[in-house]
Each structure stands twice: as C-alpha cells, then as structure tokens.
Design a protein around this ligand. Structure first.
Ligand code: PMV
Length: 319
C-alpha cells in the first residue's frame, strides 16, 4: 500500500511563539491562521516491513528521524504494528526559510501515517498528532481559517475559505536559504532569556481576540493592524533574547517600509513575518498587482507567491 498525503502551510495572522512548560508543543499564546491555497507539501508513504529503521526523505535528502519518531511511534503503537515506514516529501516552495514548511510537512505526515496504518483518527486527533512534529502543523490539518488556543492540544477550524475568498497573502521570498535559528530553538531562547517575553504573553490574548473579531467581520484594516502588532511584539521579544535573534535582512526592512508607504497612499496592505527574512503581505485580490509592482520596484530579486485562503489537505491510498 502506498499513501500520498498533501497539505498546505498555515500562515499565522496572530502568532504562536513560546511553549507552555510540560507537554509537547503546547502553545503559550493563542494563534489565528490562514491555510494557504496553492502551496503544497506532498508526502508519499509506504510500509517497509523488512527495514531496520524508519526513513524520512525531504527533497531527496534522508533526514535524522528523531523529530519524526514520536509521531510515527504513536501511530504504529495505536495500530498494533511494528512495520517500518518510508516517507518521501517534497515542497512546492522554499523549505525551512520561514514559509511555514514545517506546518504543511508535519500535517501531511500525520494524515499520511493515519491512512497508512488505517488508524482512522478524527481531525482533532490528527491535529494533535501533527502538533508533536511542529506546533504550527496542528493548524495545517485544516483548510481555511483556524484557531489554536493557548495551551490547547489541537487546533480548531474557525471559518471555511469561502468566508473571505478575496483575501490574499503575497509571500515575498527575499532569501530562500534555510534559516540560521530554528523556530524551536528560537522560541526556547526567547522564553528562557528575553525580558520582553512576559509582555508578549500579556498582550497576545487581546491581540488574538481582536484578530478573530476582525476576521469574523472581514475588516481588513482591523485584522491587518492586529496582525502587525502581533508579529512586531513577537520580534521585539526575540530581539531582546540573549543572545538576540535577528532574522531580518536589509530587504526585509525595505519591504516593511514599502508597506507603510503603500498604506499611506491608500492601498490596503499589512505585513507579517515568521522565523525567517521573508515578508508576507495581507491584501485583497483587487490590489495584488499594484502591491506586487511596488514590492518588485524596491526588491527586484524577490520571488512573489500569491495565495488565497484554502489548502484543504488531501489523502490518497493505492494498493
Ligand atoms: O511550530 P513551528 O515550529 O513551525 O513555529 C511556528 C512559529 C511561527 O511561524 C513564527 C508562528 C506561527 O504561529 O506559525
């Protein structure tokens, strides 16, 4: 039996950054996200009963299995099996550069393992399973808009993609190299050493409530404003870590300023960022071409990826 599972990345509008003590990847802040249509991680899985160990291959490279073992072991135990797994995964976009490839990667793995071992997990259990690989993956087992409340073991769907079909995210890929500090170690360093971390925790629940209300009302200005405050406070906490974590590059700052000047000129566009130098711009379909032109004028080498809400995961099995 071969299983092919695919999932799309979950972009946080209101960020998860920091874990609660105890448990695995339990979030210290509530996050709100959109799953990005068109960007895809596709993972093919098969059982290899004769093999000595599990094998996970990402973009042609065999990965250390430590990160994947908790998920694989859990599903294997649930199925009462001892068969080894081979999983081969490809992304349709740059990997580990702050485009949330871990969210779609671990979501696709969770869905694929469930189908391969025929464990019939429900969507919440799949979300919980994906979370063991990476927190943001708990959101990527759903398409559309999602929430992942503080301390929760699984994410929840908030609205389907059709709630706001004209919403667009322009991913501005400035440098496609892998990031120097993983989100996992960046979060730990921030929570252990940053004097700004308590302020980030204090503020994050209000930001989440504001973001959710704005999303419900399809109020892009209110959503964009809360989204901006969320990522900037998250980065403030990282910048104050010891040693500081600085994902930003000169082009990053140029795009942040360009968004500000576009807003001053009446264009509805707000930026956010994750653990990497890329900038993601939130706007609507009607403004994508003007925003794109302005971005390429200041960052001509950038690659732009435009995505709307969507990204329902898919699973197929062949015997
Ligand atoms: O769960 P991870 O390790 O993929 O970390 C996600 C961290 C951010 O992308 C910065 C925020 C988020 O909520 O996705």
């Amino acid at each position: 039996m071969t299983v092919t599972a695919s999932a799309s990345p979950s972009l946080a509008l209101i960020k998860y950054w920091g874990k609660q003590p105890g448990g695995v990847n339990l979030p210290a802040t509530s996050s709100l996200a959109v799953t990005l249509e068109g960007l895809r991680t596709t993972t093919r899985l098969r059982l290899q009963p004769e093999a000595a160990a599990d094998e996970v291959v990402l973009a042609g490279r065999l990965q250390p299995t430590a990160t994947f073992s908790p998920m694989i072991d859990l599903v294997r135990a649930r199925a009462g099996s001892d068969a080894r797994v081979r999983a081969e995964s490809e992304n349709s976009f740059p990997t580990a550069a702050g485009i949330a490839s871990s969210s779609s990667g671990f979501a696709a793995l969770a869905l694929g393992l469930d189908a391969l071992f025929e464990t019939s997990l429900d969507r919440r259990e799949l979300s919980s399973l994906a979370r063991l690989g990476s927190g943001s993956a708990s959101r990527a087992v759903y398409g559309g808009f999602t929430t992942w409340p503080r301390g929760a073991e699984h994410a929840e769907p908030a609205f389907p993609a059709g709630h706001w079909p004209e919403l667009r995210v322009i991913v501005v890929v400035l440098r496609a190299a892998a990031k120097p500090v993983s989100s996992r170690s960046g979060m730990n360093r921030t929570s252990e050493t940053s004097p700004v971390y308590p302020a980030w925790l204090d503020e994050s629940e209000t930001l989440f409530e504001r973001g959710l209300a704005a999303l419900e009302a399809r109020d892009i200005e209110a959503l964009g404003t809360a989204m901006r405050e969320s990522y900037l406070l998250m980065f403030a906490s990282m910048l104050a870590a010891k040693p500081p974590i600085v994902y930003w590059q000169p082009e990053t700052v140029a795009v942040i300023h360009a968004a500000e000047s576009m807003r001053a000129g009446g264009l509805p566009v707000w930026e956010t960022m994750d653990a990497g130098p890329q900038v993601k711009l939130l706007t609507t379909q009607a403004h994508v071409s003007r925003v794109s032109e302005r971005v390429l004028a200041i960052a001509p080498a950038a690659e732009l990826i435009v995505a709307g809400p969507g990204g329902e995961p898919e699973v197929r099995g062949e015997r």
